[in-house]
Design a protein around this ligand. Structure first.
Ligand SMILES: Cc1cc2nc3c(=O)[nH]c(=O)nc-3n(C[C@H](O)[C@H](O)[C@H](O)COP(=O)(O)OP(=O)(O)OC[C@H]3O[C@@H](n4cnc5c(N)ncnc54)[C@H](O)[C@@H]3O)c2cc1C
Length: 389
């Protein structure tokens, strides 16, 4: 069979763009099809350990630091329901960046080595006679035309509701995974200077986070533990109720208000390793459902998985046996994520219990090695300060 492309990447988010970039640089003929739905803007955390390694390999780490919206936040603040809190200082800091800007920047780099078509939405997969996936059917949303394109390998990079992964049968997660997070903006007179995570157990087990944004309205997030989340449809009511029940948070958040509608999305979390490749298809980023969200680095998982998939695909195409060789991606990906998956599982178990979270924060505070922390706990106060009591 003659193929139009070596690889068709479906989705132009961080995972698809990274994968296409590496494949293009490996000399392969790559087509990237992106529906290009408007991306919610706002500040996101990106380029931490895992992702930073990939960006360095691409030679783009320094360029990322030059993006207009990029800033480094040097303080991480984590609090428990009682108000006990610990503060971590990062010498290099954590990168925060505008999401739209980051995605467009990465896709721009992918365009240099791959053919990119937008706004094309993949609606189905094509199979060869032996059942292997050999291409996609895509719909051009601007002209209304449909097109069939063949490729030796198809990469599912179309996000957590991936059509490609679903059609290829890579969806063991659907029934058992279900966390959703909401995101909004918080405006008050004293924007935060730290990346803040506040874990509470009343009225539900939830994590409320807030971090700085370029325009002064903090990014605000709310993730609720899975079994409870299914019964909750009004994040604003949950947010209000959390502030009402936690005086230290009321004080910390001050007299502000939520200034944009809550936007919810599924967290593509991996609880156990599951297949991420099948005959002619590999899934990357959220489409692979491999995220360990406690570390706040879903974007970095997207970059890493895109990089690993490209390495396996390039090798598989070179050896001429793509179907069998693609399984190597499953091994590589789950091995790369094993340590953090275990750590996230343990942490999640601990954080879910009120006393576990208290213990974690207080031990963390003591490990900061200050006399004040050892004597009591850190308490979060309004404004920018964390003070020892
Ligand atoms: C509001 C919000 C805030 C977030 N904040 C953070 C954060 O601060 N830090 C962090 O690490 N993670 C964050 N995440 C998670 C992070 O965005 C995802 O893990 C990451 O985007 C996954 O990248 P991806 O490339 O796999 O998928 P996506 O970024 O979802 O990209 C998928 C791409 O595929 C395209 N597509 C979808 N369907 C099709 C189709 N049928 N045909 C063609 N193209 C298609 C879409 O248009 C999109 O361009 C956030 C997510 C959201 C929604």
């Amino acid at each position: 069979m003659r193929y139009d492309y070596d690889v068709i990447v479906v989705g132009g988010g961080p995972a698809g763009a990274t994968c296409a970039w590496f494949l293009g640089h490996a000399g392969l003929r790559v087509l990237l099809l992106n529906r290009g739905a408007p991306r919610a803007s706002g500040s996101v955390m990106v380029g931490q350990a895992k992702g930073s390694g990939v960006l360095h390999e691409m030679g783009l780490a320094q360029e990322l630091d030059q993006l207009p919206s990029l800033r480094r936040c040097r303080e991480l603040l984590i609090s428990a329901g009682s108000g006990a809190a610990m503060r971590l200082q990062g010498a290099a800091g954590w990168r925060l960046c505008d999401r739209q800007e980051f995605d467009q920047w990465l896709l721009r780099h992918a365009r240099r080595v791959a053919a990119v078509q937008e706004p094309w939405r993949v609606t189905d997969l094509m199979r060869a006679d032996d059942g292997r996936i050999a291409g996609v059917v895509a719909y051009d949303e601007s002209s209304g035309l449909s097109l069939a394109v063949t490729g030796r390998v198809v990469v599912a990079a179309d996000g957590s509701s991936s059509v490609v992964a679903s059609r290829a049968g890579l969806t063991p997660w659907r029934s058992s995974y279900g966390d959703v997070a909401w995101r909004s903006r918080w405006l008050n007179g004293a924007p935060t200077a730290a990346i803040e995570y506040h874990v509470v157990h009343r009225p539900v087990v939830a994590c409320l986070w807030r971090w700085p944004s370029r325009d002064g309205a903090d990014a605000l997030g709310l993730a609720i533990d899975a079994p409870v989340q299914r019964k909750i449809s009004d994040p604003q009511a949950v947010f209000d109720s959390i502030l009402e029940r936690h005086p230290h948070l009321r004080e910390r958040f001050g007299e502000g208000r939520v200034v944009s509608p809550w936007h919810g999305w599924p967290l593509a979390m991996a609880r156990t390793p599951h297949p991420v490749s099948t005959r002619g298809v590999v899934a990357v980023g959220d489409a692979a459902w491999a995220v360990t969200p406690l570390f706040g680095d879903a974007l970095d998982t997207a970059l890493l998985s895109g990089r690993l998939a490209a390495r396996v695909i390039a090798g598989a195409l070179e050896c001429g046996a793509p179907t069998a060789a693609l399984a190597g991606y499953d091994v590589l990906l789950w091995r790369a994520l094993r340590a953090e998956r275990y750590a996230a599982k343990m942490l999640r178990g601990l954080v879910r219990r009120r006393l576990g979270m208290e213990l974690l924060v207080r031990v963390g505070a003591i490990r900061q090695g200050t006399a004040a922390a050892a004597a009591g706990a850190w308490r979060v106060r309004s404004g920018r300060e964390v003070v020892a009591t």
